[in-house]
Design a protein around this ligand. Structure first.
Ligand code: FES
Length: 160
């Protein structure tokens, strides 16, 4: 009788040990799966919604206000060697690409007309580079302009 009771107690202990062991196994398995799926979900979200890299700018000294009377212009090259123009308009300093957005001809600043003109297909852009007439599909590329306390004029160029 006693031995049966002992056997029963031993069985219960073993049963408890097995239950505890299987419980911990399941908990560990659940944690492992959660970590795996969580990591996968983070990579998936990064793939679907990629993080934006911060845009880096380089400040280029183009000239000084002294050299740039109203209507005046200074040409400068960007980091890729493309030609651009800085103009002093009634609406302020404007820095634009001189590459036409239609077929890439060179655009000229016309101080007397306060506009940019592309001679290839007679396109006209306003002082902000917006298309006024002609076939170009979009405005001219623009740059931010900064003037420091010594009246030096800088253009902010995007690094690629
Ligand atoms: S290339 Fe400038 S309008 Fe066509």
């Amino acid at each position: 009788m006693e031995s049966r009771l002992e056997a029963n107690v031993t069985d219960k202990k073993e049963s408890n040990d097995v239950d505890r062991r299987s419980f911990f196994k399941r908990v560990l398995m659940g944690l492992g799966l959660s970590a795996g799926y969580g990591t996968g979900a983070v990579y998936f979200l990064n793939f679907i919604i990629p993080r934006k890299k911060p845009i880096k700018y380089r400040k280029l000294l183009v000239g000084s206000l002294e050299e740039l009377p109203r209507g005046g212009s200074i040409t400068f090259k960007d980091l890729d060697g493309r030609e651009n123009v800085l103009v002093n308009t009634d609406a302020g300093l404007k820095a634009m690409s001189t590459t036409c957005t239609h077929l890439g001809c060179k655009v000229y600043w016309e101080p007397n007309n306060d506009r940019f003109f592309c001679p290839c297909h007679n396109a006209v852009f306003d002082v902000n580079g917006n298309v006024v007439s002609g076939p170009p599909p979009r405005p001219l590329d623009k740059y931010e302009v900064e003037v420091d306390e010594n009246e030096n004029v800088y253009v902010m160029l995007k690094e690629s």
